[in-house]
Design a protein around this ligand. Structure first.
Ligand code: ADP
Length: 183
């Protein structure tokens, strides 16, 4: 039987290219190894179904986050560990979702915008610079950094492993995962 654990939402926020998906993928691989009930809500995937049709206006970005938060809440209260990777640029709506869910861990994934632009994983910064994409977070749209995130991952300064281990350590510290005994 899978180990019993309390549900929690792990919410990754940060600029495009900061490393949310990369850290989330590595984290979920490790969590699966530990036999936890897990569900992943990745922003890009969510926008092709749950929140299809929403734009990148402030109103629609908030609606996107609100809907993700609604689903995350349902899962969390049923004992699932939910991971969310979404830019979610506005602080107030992230706080609203935090209040609603309660069992909530915010992970701020950051790198200077110049670094994210240099990485340009999906070629989106180039399109934002040329004006092909409007309202691009960090270039032509705001990003409000968390003021008090449970975890801070500075991906220009630390390795992927370091980032993932910080999240796992915080989950253990907050009692959402049993602590591992060092081998
Ligand atoms: P996001 O999901 O935030 O848009 P991605 O995870 O798609 O970002 O892209 C982040 C990029 O940064 C990847 O190419 C990844 O390999 C790279 N990267 C470099 N260092 C790190 C790190 N420490 N943690 C996460 N990603 C990193």
């Amino acid at each position: 039987m899978a180990s019993e654990h309390k549900g929690v939402t792990i919410w990754f926020t940060g600029l495009s290219g900061a490393g949310k998906t990369t850290i989330n993928d590595a984290l979920t691989a490790k969590l699966r190894d530990r036999g936890v009930k897990l569900e992943v809500l990745d922003g890009d995937i969510v926008r092709t179904n749950l929140t299809k049709g929403l734009t990148f206006s402030k109103e629609d970005r908030d609606e996107n986050v609100r809907r993700i938060g609604f689903v995350a809440d349902l899962l969390t209260r049923n004992g699932v560990i939910v991971t969310v990777a979404a830019i979610s640029p506005y602080r107030a709506i992230r706080e609203e979702v935090r209040e609603r869910i309660g069992d909530f861990m915010e992970v701020y994934v950051s790198a200077p915008v110049e670094v994210c632009e240099e990485r340009d994983v999906k070629g989106l910064y180039k399109k934002a610079r040329s004006g092909e994409i409007k309202q691009f977070t960090g270039i032509s749209d705001p990003y409000e950094a968390p003021t008090n995130p449970e975890v801070n991952c500075e991906t220009h300064k630390e390795t992927l492993d370091e980032s993932v281990n910080k999240v796992i350590a915080k989950l253990e510290e907050m009692g959402y995962l049993p602590a591992t005994v060092a081998a």
